[in-house]
Design a protein around this ligand. Structure first.
Ligand code: DAH
Length: 347
């Protein structure tokens, strides 16, 4: 009997002490400590359960029950107190950290045009002033348009010039250049005369390095009509170069080879870094290549629906990344589509 009262008395005074202490606490840390002290594993209330053996068989359930009551009561009071402490901390915070509605707002980040969009628009603008229309053609092409109709049959070694992405659908590829748009626009407009440019993304299966990318922009130039001559081509392309690089820029056209033009050429502009003397940008040549060009091959004219005995035309293909690289001295083509804002934000 005496043992029972002793355990119960211990519990009662423990409860009183715990409650008294709890009343004086006012932050979460202190409550945590209190919890360890009175309800943790080695707290006295918990020890009572172990000491039940000290009591007689009849008394044990009563003491156990009482100990549970004390434990529950303390836990309930703790969670109430915790809520009060949290609330008052929140109130204090709200009071001390007042919202200043007069502060200026945070600017949302604003996008801008990609450098290639800007350069492409500039090129389109120059050709538009010379009377050219933009003809939009497809990025996913057929082998037929990308090669065959441009006078590059399957066995032709010139195919090696264009590393190609093939799709799982036979004959469907990503275009390797904008030239297939030549035949598409001819088939759209014939027998009318044509003066168009065809801008857009091209794709090649390349080992990427500072001067090779698997995607890049080109602008194709196409003029078809009666009595279109090499002189018309030279005049048009030189005028483009003057408007793009300045009125005093010197240009030259070198002979070259493309299966879809005859004769074919490549146009250089005088290196604007060294003025033609030779430097690292132009690899000591004094000239920078900016485009391929030529008179449209009779086979291509025929494939577009124009009689080569009556009509003639010229075509050119400009690599837009190359034009930007030369203008802004960008030394790695991978920058354009790498999506690094530190690069893109400079333009
Ligand atoms: N399509 C050629 C290429 O990507 C570039 C080209 C050369 C286009 C000569 C032309 C041209 O229209 O006449 O390599």
């Amino acid at each position: 009997m005496s043992e029972k009262s002793q355990l119960i008395t211990e519990l009662e005074s423990l409860q009183q002490q715990a409650e008294k202490e709890l009343a004086g606490l006012n932050n979460e840390d202190a409550l945590q400590k209190w919890h360890t002290q009175y309800l943790g594993r080695s707290a006295m209330v918990m020890q009572i359960f172990k000491r039940l053996a000290e009591a007689s068989k009849e008394e044990r359930p009563l003491i156990g029950q009482f100990a549970n009551q004390v434990k529950d009561a303390l836990e309930t009071q703790l969670s109430q107190k915790l809520e009060t402490v949290k609330q008052s901390a929140l109130q204090a915070n709200l009071k001390s950290e007042q919202l200043d509605v007069t502060l200026p707002g945070r600017k949302p980040p604003r996008g801008r045009l990609h450098i290639q969009t800007t350069v492409l628009r500039e090129i389109i603008h120059i050709f538009a002033e010379m009377g050219f229309q933009v003809f939009r053609t497809t990025e996913v092409e057929s082998d037929e348009f990308n090669f065959e109709l441009l006078n590059i049959p399957a066995y032709h070694p010139a195919r090696d010039l264009w590393d190609t992405f093939y799709t799982t659908k036979e004959g469907v590829i990503l275009r390797t250049h904008t030239s297939p748009g030549q035949v598409r626009s001819m088939r759209t407009f014939h027998p009318d005369p044509i003066r168009v440019i065809l801008p857009g993304m091209c794709y090649r299966y390349e080992q990427m390095d500072a001067s090779h990318e698997i995607q890049f922009n080109q602008v194709e130039v196409l003029v078809v009509g009666k009595d279109i001559t090499f002189a018309n081509m030279k005049g048009t392309l030189e005028e483009f170069a003057r408007r793009m690089y300045g009125k005093d820029v010197r240009t030259r056209i070198r002979p070259s080879y493309f299966p879809f033009t005859e004769p074919s050429g490549e146009m250089d502009v005088e290196c604007f870094v060294c003025g033609g003397e030779g430097c690292s940008v132009c690899s000591g040549k004094g000239w920078l290549e900016i485009l391929g060009c030529g008179m449209v091959h009779p086979v291509v004219l025929k494939n577009g629906g124009y009689d080569p005995e009556v009509y003639s035309g010229f075509a050119a293909g400009l690599g837009i990344e190359r034009i930007s690289m030369l203008r802004y001295r960008i030394d790695d083509i991978r920058n354009f589509w790498g999506n690094d804002l530190r690069f893109l934000e400079q333009f």
